[in-house]
Design a protein around this ligand. Structure first.
Ligand code: GLN
Length: 193
């Protein structure tokens, strides 16, 4: 069984642990560079990216995570997507730079502060992960404003990408860990096998 690390410094890591288990993987909490040695991939959960970044810097985890991400899959949701992105705006902040997307924080504004919508994932996602619409949970989400030439958009909401894959890395501005649909976690787990 593949072993997925869940970065457990801050945010909704517990929901990801349960989602990984629902998708058939085993999940362990990661809090140090040493913990990374025992896992095949990592999930960076949603939460508050500025707080998480501060904790990563204090724990000297930025470089170990960059190194880990050069060899292993990482999936970032919401704040995790902000931490993985190459470019962060509104305001700009340091990131791991492991996936070629540009994100604007809190970009949906008040109307879409937190919302649940039904979306239809791209055909590419449906043929690989299973067909059907998906529940999209937004919580003070960033918008993915730029997607690099090698990255693939797997789902959109009102035209904006909400699920993007770039080789080993996956980012979502939505929270699949809060839905019962396991397809996104299953797709990520297959990258670790
Ligand atoms: N708005 C948060 C941030 O900028 C992200 C919100 C989330 O992870 N649900 O870090």
């Amino acid at each position: 069984m593949v072993k997925v690390g869940i970065l457990a410094l801050q945010g909704d890591f517990d929901a990801h642990k349960k989602a990984v288990e629902r998708a058939g993987g085993s999940a362990v909490e990661v809090r140090s560079a040493h913990d990374l040695e025992a896992v095949d991939g990592l999930i960076i959960p949603g939460g508050e990216s500025t707080t998480m970044l501060k904790l990563l810097q204090e724990e000297a985890l930025m470089e170990p995570l960059r190194e880990f991400g050069r060899q292993h899959p990482i999936f970032g949701t919401c704040a995790g997507a902000i931490l993985l992105a190459n470019e962060v705006s509104s305001p700009a902040q340091e990131s791991l730079g492991l996936i070629d997307v540009g994100v604007e924080r809190n970009a949906y504004g008040r109307q879409l502060d937190s919302r649940i919508a039904a979306i239809t994932p791209e055909p590419d996602f449906q043929s690989r992960a299973g067909s059907g619409d998906m529940e999209a949970v937004f919580i003070r989400a960033p918008i993915i404003r730029r997607v690099g030439p090698n990255a693939r958009v797997l789902a959109r909401y009102h035209g904006d990408p909400v699920l993007v894959e770039d080789g080993r890395q996956v980012v979502a501005t939505i929270h699949p860990e809060l839905s019962t649909d396991s397809r996104v976690h299953e797709l990520f787990l297959r990258k670790l096998a």
